[in-house]
Structures are given as structure tokens and as C-alpha cells.
Design a binder for this molecule. Sequence first.
Ligand SMILES: [Zn+2]
Length: 477
Amino acid sequence: MVDAAILGHRIRHYRSAAELTLDALGERIGLAGSQLSLIENGHREPKLSHLQAIAEVLGVTTAQLLEPEPPSERSRMELDLQRLQEGASYRRLGLPVVRPTRSMNDDLLAALVGMHRELDRRAREAIATPEQARRDATALRHRMREQANALPEIEDLAEEQLRAVGYEGGSLTHRTVSEMAARLGFELVYVTDLPHSTRSVTDLENGRIYLPPASIPGGHGLRSMALQALAHRLLGHHEPQDYSEFLQQRLEINYFAAATLMPRSRAVDYLRKAKKERNLAVEDFRDAFGVTHETAAMRFTNLATTHLDLRVHFLRVGEDGALSRVYENDGIPIPVDASGHAEGQLVCRKFAARSAFERTSRTTEFYQYTDTPNGTFWCSTQTGAGAEGEFSISFGVRFDDAKYFRGSQTAFREVSRCPDDRCCARPDDGLVDRWRRKSWASARMHQHTLAPLPSGTYPGVDDAELYAFLERHAPAI
Ligand SMILES: [Zn+2]
């Protein structure tokens, strides 16, 4: 895609070099000088025939005019000034827009651009507060609930990409993922020194996607990360303007990766058949497509309501009992704070998501019915361990839909009265009498509670570390 502003600057650059006025060049190509001025200012895109005529008169090739770089450092600063003044943080100030003119000297221009960049950086920093992040995450959760956690356009895109590389079903191989990357002009490069604040880094100039080394546990993680990096390109993502857009983008790339690893048509066929046989199980779905339990369970939520007529819930809970990821549209009571935010809240101790940690045999899913103030729910839970300790993945439905799932015959049943504190949040009175004043505990501080989020170009990413990394790995010219 051609950036009209850059193209305009390139035309002006070569016109000045040829010492032609707007009117003089216009006359030779059959365009009024005023029309040409609109093109040079990026307000209008030239027709191809005009572009060819301009190139011919100026003694350059059309390709030279169409190069994606500003023609000079001065021109780059002028374009930056224009772009930054169009940004939301400047426009909110209601100050006049300054057009860079020829009479504006380089120092003045550099000072203005520098101040704009700092203003922009500070605006991003202010946005990245934990409170705002929580509000944005909650809004996104509600939006996805309204659309049954499904993004049909991304489903289509994933199937289209798979068709293009001749995918014929089964578990997606690393090789197929590399072919998908190559079609988009990218090579996958595995490195051991990725910046700590990133999961993958893309070098757009040299067409490389940097990923962690292939030896990390959980084989599907790499395919997923490569697919996520590709998704940014396929979905036309640009630098997120705020945290909400950042979250939206992250959701979309995760969705694309899952929809590619478990394509809609095949996944729906698979699940419909299992539903008919009353033998639905996340663990089977997981194994059929060679992904992690978490990916399979989350993917199930994308398809359940639209394609299987099931309302479902998904919970990822840490060993401390805190929710780290959640989706529900079946009405299961999930813990939320005063602002409606769920992540980080403690899940009821009676839920399978927590009782599953107490089991010693964990080779299969754990099944449980739970009576709650919102009705009875059936749940299947699998536990695992990651870098941040143990976690559980739960997937379930309302009582009436449990019959379609393996494990619906379970005899485990619990009663949850949460959010009533007397359910599980408060200790038993007898225990309080027994231990109060006879014990002492030293609290462990949550390391991240007080730390501000890093505030780079991308929320959470340390720019200094990122750019040093790219520099280190860029191929020599
Ligand atoms: Zn409880």
C-alpha cells in the first residue's frame, strides 16, 4: 500500500531537484499546478498515468517515486510533525496545527518533533495505569460475551491461509507454519536472547520473525507464537493507540492462532460428532488437534454457542485460587470486583477449578457438579504446571447440557454459596478460636502490584531492550 504523504514528498523532492515549479511540471503532464500541489501534500493519490508522466519528466523511474521511505531526513521530520499533530493526544489540547514550511529551519522542526514525541510518550504512559487496564479488560470481556466469543472474519481468514498452503487436516506442522510465513515474506528465526518483555519480535524491514528457541516445553507454543506474529501482519495491525486497542489486538492474534491450529470446519465437525455420541471431552479435542489443554478449551468456547448450541464457561485459575483468564455465557457466578473486573479475583474453593488441585491422580480430567446461587453447573477440570506455578483449566456447562459430555455421570457434587463470605472466604469459627493470637505469618508481597507497567510503543514492552535486540540480529547490509 502506498502512503500518499510519502509519495507526495518524493515527488516534491525530485521536482525540486529538477528545478521545476508546480505549474511548469503540471503543464508538461497535463495537470493544473493546484492539482499537483494536492498530490504533493498527500491529499490526493495520483492516477498511474500521471505518475508515469511525472517520473518521465523528472528523469526517474515510477518505482523510485513509489519507494516507501521519505526522500530525506528533513522530509522525515516534516512527515513526523504532521502525523504527531494528527494524534489524539495533541488534538485534545485544541492548539493550532503547525505546517512545516520551507522557511522553518531544521532546529525548530527538530525541537517541535521532539516535543511531540515526548508528549505522545507521556500520554501512552498515563493510559497504561492498572485501573485503566482493568476497565479495558472488563469492557472487552463483555463485548466478547455478547458475540458468543466468536470472530467469524478471523475464522474465514485462518481457513483461507490454510487453503493457500494446501493444508489437508490433522495437526498443523511447524513446516506448514513456516510456509505460511514465507508466503507473507517472512522467515522464522529462533533466538535465545529475545527481549524479556516480548514473546516474539518482527523485523519488518528484513522480513524476519524472531521466536524463542525450539527446545522450550509445550511444542504447540511455538507454532502458536509464530501464527500470532503473522496475524499482526494479516490483520493489518498498527501501533496500538491505547490499552484497549492493545488488548483487542492481542485477543485477535490469539484467536487467529487458535483458529489456524483448530480450523472451524474441521473442529465443528469433530465436536458435533462427539456431541451426538454424548462423548464431548476437551482432552479428546486437544489430542485430535495437537494443542494444549488451555488452547483446546478456549477454542471450544469460540464454537460452542454458534455451532453447537451450547452455553459454556472457561476458567483458568492459579494455585493461589486467582482467576487469570475467564469466559462464560452460561451464567456461572464468577467473582468480580466493584468495577466488574474478574481477572485476579479468587474463585470459590468449592469450584472444581480449585478442588482439582487437591487430587493426587491427575492424568485425566476431573468432573464435578456444583450447586450455586445461579443453578447447578457441570465442570471438567485439568491441572498443569507452568513457569508461574500450578494452574487449572476448567470447562463446563449448565446441568441440562452436561449429558453431552464425558464425565456427566460423576458422583462428585459440591455446594457453593459464594459470593456469600460464609461459603469459603471466612474461616470456620472454631478454627479462629483455636489459632487466633497463637500464630503469626509473614506476608509475601506481590512483586508487580506496585510496579508501573512499562510504557513503550507497545504496552508492556521495553523499547530500549527491543530496539537493541533488533539491531543485534539485523543481517549486515
Ligand atoms: Zn465459595
